[in-house]
Design a protein around this ligand. Structure first.
Ligand SMILES: [Zn+2]
Length: 299
């Protein structure tokens, strides 16, 4: 179905349609943070109406358009999918020499968006839907401004050890679960737009209590992802790990970073390049996200 394009009136700097989105602009540190609100309008889709439409959300100074899709009933929770890297940041290189992490993360995110949209239980926003560069804080900003119910940052791992393979799910913590997790967070936290990373500081704005709640909710999302994934595709030993990821901390919503496998392993790379193999992972992720969001809605 062709997306219907709806442009919501951008009054008061912020408007989200209930029927899907084009997010225009995710500004860092913009002052209208609290003004983001759902705005009822003529663009509202009725229950049972054909959907997959888009609107514009004004969040501040523009970094470009980000697409959000809804396939189901209006008013469903928003899930933000963040394909890692992009533009001048290719991410890890595949062992074959022809694969870039940024392309695979985008393929995953698009497939997961389409799966979630077709199931219709959540609305889906993407931090990027093309080959563009976004800072970590811009990515986190989109989740935060939208008040996302879940944020999933998608990555493909890489290691010097060519036999390392399998998927890992990371959630936020002050202390890393292991030295490898700490190294990965260090690598993923590198962002040329940020000078504060040099001193290792990835402090966010949340109070200790709110941060603790974010960490707990994120850990339970990660656990659910692992449970739904077990037996369906290759996971690493102890697949749920913890570290201080800047993008997760700054999202300020339940957030995980998913490493779908190792692009530095020839078996994993070959699997990740096959859409039908990705579909197994995508289905597990979709089911876990839906179950997690639903569990937090009824509490
Ligand atoms: Zn990455």
């Amino acid at each position: 179905m062709a997306p219907r394009s709806l442009k919501a009136r951008a009054s008061a700097g912020a408007a989200i349609s209930i029927a899907g989105v084009v997010l225009a602009a995710a500004a860092l540190g913009a002052s209208n943070r609290s003004s983001l609100e759902e705005k009822a309008s003529d663009d509202r889709a009725l229950i049972g109406e054909a959907r997959r439409s888009t609107v514009t959300v004004e969040l501040g100074s523009a970094v470009g358009d980000v697409k959000v899709t809804e396939a189901g009933t209006p008013g469903r929770p928003i899930v933000v999918l963040d394909p890692g890297h992009g533009g001048r940041d290719p991410g890890a290189k595949g062992v074959s020499g022809s694969t870039n992490e940024k392309d695979l993360t985008l393929a995953f995110a698009r497939e997961l968006r389409d799966e979630l949209a077709s199931r219709g239980r959540v609305r889906v926003a993407m931090t990027r839907d093309d080959d563009r560069y976004l800072t970590l804080d811009q990515r986190a900003e989109i989740a935060r401004r939208l008040g996302a119910s879940a944020y999933l940052s998608l990555h493909i791992d890489s290691a010097p050890n060519p036999i390392a393979r399998g998927a890992t799910v990371y959630s936020l913590s002050d202390v890393a679960s292991d030295s490898e997790a700490a190294r990965l967070a260090d690598k993923e936290n590198r962002d040329e737009g940020l000078s504060s990373v040099a001193d290792g500081s990835v402090r966010g704005m949340l109070s200790d209590l709110a941060l603790r709640e974010q960490m707990n909710a994120s850990a339970s999302l990660a656990e659910r992802l692992v449970r739904k994934s077990a037996g369906r595709y290759e996971l690493r030993p102890e697949p749920h790990r913890f570290a201080d990821f800047r993008v997760l901390r700054h999202a300020e919503v339940p957030a995980v970073l998913f490493e779908a496998g190792y692009i530095s392993n020839s078996d994993d790379e070959a699997l990740l390049l096959q859409p039908e193999k990705r579909a197994q992972i995508v289905l597990a992720l979709a089911q876990a996200i839906e179950a997690d969001v639903a569990s937090r809605m009824i509490r």
